[in-house]
Design a protein around this ligand. Structure first.
Ligand SMILES: Cc1cc2nc3c(=O)[nH]c(=O)nc-3n(C[C@H](O)[C@H](O)[C@H](O)COP(=O)(O)O)c2cc1C
Length: 337
């Protein structure tokens, strides 16, 4: 069973649409292995949770190499075009998910696909695993496994990867199909920073049954080797992540929180936002919180320092103390504009 949080740790205890987190710092999809591998380099009992690699119906090898690179000295970030390499949902449920029950943090599974049916199949298989787990043993820490499913409708590195999250109509259609397949499992939708009407898409997802939003995925980008005149990624384009995208993601979180999450809150539905993009210091996470995020995810920063989440958690704890709040939730959306 989970140990009672000490008073100083209580400041970071987070409720994400009913998913209990010991603190609001999670590892972002695709940046920490398929599921539990990061436990080899970071004590997972000290973070809030892990998001799995995005899982598709069939196994995928992903795009050709090179498919990941440092964006260079002049840009603070990373470019990747992994292309959703993953074992496929059946192998994931069979070979990976059982170990999630032993993971000492919340486990969120990311689902992706190329059609509505693909998403329904993956979400259905993951939710079924959760149902079985609910009936038998829960995770050692009393959490359901998976604690939630995050729909990736925002991958810029595969054909149609951003299609469903591009417009309110396609978003609503997908959510309406996927919601019943998810059963009682919480559903988060991970949005693209390139969506023209991000507030409209977020509203469509929420009205069709999303329990929360993750903002945002990588920004479609390109890098060229000027000596060979060739693109630096075999896929030609990739997704930019890291510090370079942080202010962009903060603005989106703020826009969605101001225009949408507060409306839902007023109607008695809590629509939490998870901020993602360039968190490497606690101040980046705190900025997301003030903009309206209830939790954050970290990805690119893990490549420079796999233990960076611990520094972020420590900094957030001190920040809450300095701001005189009992719990960080009091600071969500508290930017003084
Ligand atoms: C190598 C790599 C692989 C990624 N794979 C996925 C993925 O499978 N699914 C997904 O939703 N996002 C994926 N992302 C996006 C991250 O989860 C995150 O949204 C993005 O990197 C921004 O956060 P960061 O700046 O902290 O890295 C990936 C990012 C990187 C760098």
């Amino acid at each position: 069973m989970r140990a009672e949080p000490t008073p100083e740790n209580r400041a970071l205890v987070t409720d994400l649409a009913g998913v209990a987190l010991r603190n609001p710092v999670l590892l972002a999809a695709g940046t920490c292995g398929t599921l539990d591998e990061f436990g080899e380099v970071l004590d997972l009992s000290r973070i809030g949770g892990v998001v799995s690699k995005s899982i598709t119906p069939e196994a995928r090898e992903g795009n050709p190499w090179p498919r990941i690179l440092d964006a260079g000295d002049r840009v603070s970030g990373m470019l990747n075009a992994i292309g959703l390499a993953n074992p496929g949902v059946d192998a994931f449920v069979h070979d990976y998910l059982p170990s999630a029950v032993l993971m000492p943090c919340a486990v969120i599974c990311s689902a992706a696909g190329f059609s509505v049916d693909d998403y329904v199949r993956v979400v259905g298989a993951l939710a079924e695993a959760e149902d079985r787990d609910r009936a038998a043993a829960r995770g050692v820490h009393g959490l359901h496994v998976p604690a939630a499913i995050e729909l990736n409708v925002s991958c810029p590195n595969v054909r149609t990867g951003t299609e469903f999250g591009h417009a309110p109509e396609t978003m609503a259609e997908l959510m309406r199909a996927v919601r019943p397949a998810a059963g009682r499992t919480k559903l988060f939708v991970k949005l693209s920073p390139l969506t023209p009407d991000v507030v409209g898409v977020a509203r469509a997802a929420a009205e069709a049954g999303a329990d929360g939003l993750t903002i945002a995925n990588t920004v479609a980008a390109m890098a060229i080797d000027v000596r060979t005149r060739k693109p630096r990624l075999a896929n030609v384009t990739g997704g930019l992540s890291g510090p370079a995208v942080h202010p962009l993601a903060v603005r989106l979180v703020h826009a969605v929180h101001t225009k949408l999450a507060r409306d839902f809150h007023g109607k008695g539905k809590h629509l939490p936002i998870v901020g993602v993009g360039g968190v490497s210091h606690w101040e980046d996470a705190a900025e997301f919180v003030l903009a309206g995020a209830s939790a954050v995810q970290m990805g690119t920063a893990l490549y420079a320092d796999p233990r960076s989440p611990l520094r972020v958690i420590k900094g957030l704890r001190k920040w809450c103390e300095a701001q005189g709040v009992m719990n960080m939730s009091e600071l969500v959306g508290a930017v003084r504009v």
